[in-house]
Design a protein around this ligand. Structure first.
Ligand SMILES: Nc1ncnc2c1ncn2[C@@H]1O[C@H](COP(=O)(O)OP(=O)(O)OP(=O)(O)O)[C@@H](O)[C@H]1O
Length: 248
């Protein structure tokens, strides 16, 4: 029997809807019985699916429907309020531009830190360092504090490091949209290579062309629920029928 790469069971995440999380008067004097804590909402609820090793999954849905939240749960940076996520093997997350990088540290220090946190030994980091910097095209910036990089440069660095990790699962959340076209094409070729080597991909995008290029299967999130889990063409057709054509 094949072991699943990712198993998501009845997942629920409840967020506060107001910044301070205080109860409003309406909440305090509202109905006596509630299913949901006052001042909160379910960003995801009742979501279940399995991912097999080597599958490439595209996650679609309108803004604010829970796509990034789902990736954060799979990455283990967010804990669910209901249900379980089990991930078989490590995760290489490209989920937030600044995720894992420290503003005051230099590019060089950040590469060592991030690669080290993902279990790369000092010798491996030293061996791969030049390739990472060359891929990111940041040779002239290795001693610059991370916070002074442009947003496109930050994405280059993040992709260069994350794509060198040996983790079996790659999570990509929209960030590539920030890079320029030449760099994006280079990233896409690298993702192709990673898929060919058997990695599992979890890919959030609003770009239909990219979703079709990489993903065989799609998950369609709507109002925090998993509305459809099917092949990517069927999922995109349903999404387009509901909300008009996605960006291409
Ligand atoms: N830390 C948080 N605290 C409170 N609410 C949050 C938090 N993170 C996300 N949300 C809310 O949860 C909902 C789902 O957000 P999420 O970022 O998962 O959406 P998304 O589908 O990725 O959207 P987009 O396409 O715009 O990136 C949104 O209403 C968002 O405002």
């Amino acid at each position: 029997m094949t072991t699943t790469a990712i198993r998501v069971e009845n997942l629920g995440v409840n967020f506060r809807s107001n910044r301070r999380g205080r109860r409003s008067l309406k909440d305090l004097f509202g109905g006596a019985t509630r299913r949901t804590r006052p001042g909160t909402f379910w960003a995801l609820r009742g979501v279940s699916f399995d991912v097999l090793p080597g599958e490439a999954i595209g996650v679609v849905g309108r803004n604010g429907q829970g796509k990034s939240t789902l990736l954060k749960l799979v990455a283990g940076v967010l804990i669910p309020d209901e249900g379980h996520v089990s991930v078989h093997g490590g995760v290489a997350p490209l989920i937030e531009i600044t995720g894992g990088f420290v503003g005051d540290l230099t590019v060089r220090e950040n590469v060592r830190l991030t690669a080290g946190l993902h279990g790369m030994t000092k010798a491996e980091i030293a061996r791969r360092f030049d390739d990472i910097i060359a891929f990111a095209e940041l040779a002239d910036f290795v001693d610059m504090p991370y916070k002074h990089l442009s947003s496109g440069m930050k994405v280059r660095l993040a992709f260069a490091v994350v794509s060198q990790l040996d983790e079996p699962i790659l999570l990509v959340d929209e960030v590539l949209a920030v890079g320029d076209k030449a760099f994006r094409d280079k990233c896409y070729r690298r993702i192709d290579e990673m898929l060919a080597s058997g990695r599992t991909l979890f890919f959030v995008s609003h770009n239909e062309k990219d979703l079709r290029r990489f993903c065989a299967r799609g998950l369609y999130l709507d109002k925090g629920a998993l509305k459809m889990d099917a092949d990517i063409a069927t999922v995109l057709a349903a999404y387009n029928a509901d909300y008009g054509k996605a960006a291409s």
